[in-house]
Write a protein that binds this ligand. Structure first.
Ligand code: ZN
Length: 103
């Protein structure tokens, strides 16, 4: 399966069970390292979702979403540091469309 689809599966899983803690990373294939955060406007709940792996620092963002009611939302108009404390810097967006070259 191509990695784009694997990340999409992570997204669907998150939507269903509201966490990604035990999901295998599509990139390094380790379990227990994925984390997620919705960032957006708390009033309209429009925003994006960042998913990342604490092991390999790869991740995937899904933009222009309606943040679901269950999910905590970080205000994107709020202090940058708040977002920076939650989402690590230097996550590289996994844009590979096949299952090779993940490093
Ligand atoms: Zn990983």
């Amino acid at each position: 399966m191509i990695r784009e689809d694997l990340w999409l599966k992570v997204f669907v899983h998150l939507d269903e069970v509201h966490n990604v803690a035990n999901v295998k990373c599509p990139c390094c294939e380790h379990s227990g390292y994925l984390d997620f955060q919705y960032v957006g406007d708390p009033k309209t709940r429009r925003g994006y979702l960042q998913i990342w792996c604490r092991n390999c620092n790869r991740g995937k963002s899904f933009s222009r979403l309606l943040v679901p009611q269950w999910a905590p939302i970080l205000d994107w108009h709020g202090p940058r540091e708040t977002i920076a404390q939650r989402i690590p810097a230097g996550i590289s967006e996994d844009n590979e469309t096949d299952h090779s070259g993940c490093s």
